[in-house]
Design a protein around this ligand. Structure first.
Ligand code: ZN
Length: 222
């Protein structure tokens, strides 16, 4: 049966049988939260990158966890230009996480703040073929268009759907096979995100759910 997929959440908030969640775990504390009964992603959040972290050992831990079937993706990983002091290190870590994603054939869930163009450049240079998904997309329509041209998927949360006009244009622009939904840190339930999107698209919520579920299976369950 098709479920409502939440591809990026920081809490395992729902126990509904018709919801599938991918819990985002940071490598630093995955040992405390990992549970084979739940789906998750593992990565190094750009905010936790400091010059004194032992990167090699963190990459080793990600590598090991990626061998588990319940670890569906690398992430969240990426670049945050609001944390300008560490941008060079963030890039170095991100490139390594791309390698891990390719090596394990698992998608990459990306945190991008003022860095979508960097992400596109890195995608081109890296020659990566695994699906990449920008989570919590809040950028412009133009930016969305550029990401899609480079085969990067887009995940929307309730905050991405705030503005009626922009959100409906954005939803219509993203092909159904590049679209995902998430709750991230929000307490708004995932079904409310789907309901909001389906009303903006003037589409049946079940139809939207089924399509996104198919994307999820294609992308994450290889
Ligand atoms: Zn997040």
């Amino acid at each position: 049966m098709a479920c409502f997929v939440d591809i990026h959440t920081h809490g395992c908030s729902s126990h509904d049988h018709d919801i599938v969640e991918v819990v985002s775990l940071d490598v630093a504390d995955i040992a405390f939260h990992f549970d084979e009964d739940f789906l998750c992603s593992v990565g190094i959040h750009p905010w936790s990158i400091k010059s004194d972290i032992d990167k090699a050992s963190l990459f080793g831990i990600i590598d090991e966890y990626l061998d588990n079937d319940c670890v569906l993706a690398v992430g969240e990983a990426g670049l945050d230009r609001c944390h300008i002091d560490t941008v060079a290190e963030q890039k170095e870590v991100f490139v390594k996480e791309i390698e891990l994603s390719e090596c394990h054939a698992k998608p990459l869930i990306i945190h991008a703040v003022r860095s979508c163009y960097d992400i596109i450049e890195i995608r081109k240079i890296s020659g990566a073929v695994m699906p990449w998904i920008i989570h919590g997309f809040r950028g412009s329509l133009r930016m969305a268009e550029q990401l899609l041209q480079h085969d990067v998927g887009i995940s929307l949360g309730i905050m991405s759907l705030h503005d009626d006009n922009k959100a409906s244009m954005l939803l219509k622009m993203i092909p159904m096979d590049k679209l995902f939904f998430e709750t991230d840190v929000s307490t708004v339930p995932i079904k409310a995100v789907y309901e909001r999107a389906s009303s903006l698209l003037d589409m049946d919520v079940e139809f939207l759910r089924d399509n996104i579920y198919n994307n999820f299976v294609k992308c994450f369950c290889r």
